[in-house]
Design a protein around this ligand. Structure first.
Ligand SMILES: Nc1nc2c(ncn2[C@@H]2O[C@H](COP(=O)(O)OP(=O)(O)OP(=O)(O)O)[C@@H](O)[C@H]2O)c(=O)[nH]1
Ligand SMILES: [Mg+2]
Length: 240
């Protein structure tokens, strides 16, 4: 068993799932993989099960009955992982927006350089996003400025979904109380870790738009984030 596991939530990622799994297992450092699939109609989970023969005791699958959002998929994944002995827990998308070759740098930051959370960040070296339409870049970058303004947290890419957590961070956060499902979930996790005094380090990465499969981005995800950030900040003030 590796000391590190990469959680990859999937919904209709049949075009990506096998290659992303292979890309993780081809890394020099050994990472286990947990796919959290929400009963994808395109049978993503069946492909994962076929691959489990080849990657015994390295590739795991958590199946949920229906599409219930990225945030709750990660919470289910975290709970599964915390039951085992993993010390480093990653979040990564299935669609190659996050480059599996960067896992090593995120790992190093937490394992050897004092980070409690390392974030694959698009906004530490200018704006390192490839192939996104300008509107999407502005939305994401604008969100990051907005979050910094409201929360006063120093993290530049607070909506980033490419993250390595030390086990103790996930143990310290009350996962049952995490309530957001979209981008706000990513902000909420970082904000809660920040409030508990954990050290968050940003590692510059190049983020690429997906080339295969469909986006699950929606208006409700954006609305949740806009109001969610204010609600997080207010709650933290009253919690003092
Ligand atoms: N299990 C599960 N996975 C999801 C859900 N929504 C999104 N995902 C997965 O979460 C990851 C990120 O979702 P994306 O659709 O790529 O979202 P995005 O990166 O904001 O949008 P695009 O890159 O434009 O498609 C992908 O691996 C998706 O398959 C969900 O409700 N349940
Ligand atoms: Mg994506």
């Amino acid at each position: 068993m590796s000391d590190a596991i990469v959680i990859i939530p999937t919904y209709n990622e049949i075009e990506n799932v096998e290659s992303i799994i292979r890309a993780v297992f081809s890394q020099h450092k050994a990472f286990d993989v947990l796919i959290v699939d929400d009963n994808s109609p395109d049978q993503t989970a069946i492909r994962v099960k076929e691959l489990q023969d080849e990657f015994k005791n390295q590739l795991f699958l958590l199946e949920r009955k229906e599409k219930s959002g990225l945030g709750t998929a990660y919470i289910a994944g975290f709970e599964w992982v915390l039951d085992k002995n993993y010390q480093f827990v990653f979040e990564m998308d299935a669609d190659f927006s996050h480059n599996p070759d960067d896992l090593k740098r995120l790992y190093e930051a937490c394992a050897n350089h004092g980070a409690d959370i390392s974030v694959g960040s698009r906004y530490v070296k200018g704006i390192t996003v490839v192939n996104w339409p300008m509107s999407r870049i502005l939305l994401s970058y604008g969100a990051s400025r907005y979050v910094r303004f409201i929360t006063r947290m120093k993290v530049k890419d607070s909506t980033a979904g490419f993250v390595c957590y030390k086990r103790k961070v996930l143990e310290a956060i009350n996962l049952k109380k995490v309530k957001f499902v979209g981008y706000a979930f990513q902000i909420e996790m970082k904000f809660k870790a920040h409030k508990k005094g954990f050290k968050i380090v940003e590692i510059p990465v190049i983020f690429k738009d997906r080339t295969k499969g469909n986006s699950k981005m929606s208006g409700s995800i954006i609305t949740e984030a806009i109001f969610g950030v204010i609600s997080l900040k207010l709650k933290s003030l009253f919690a003092k």
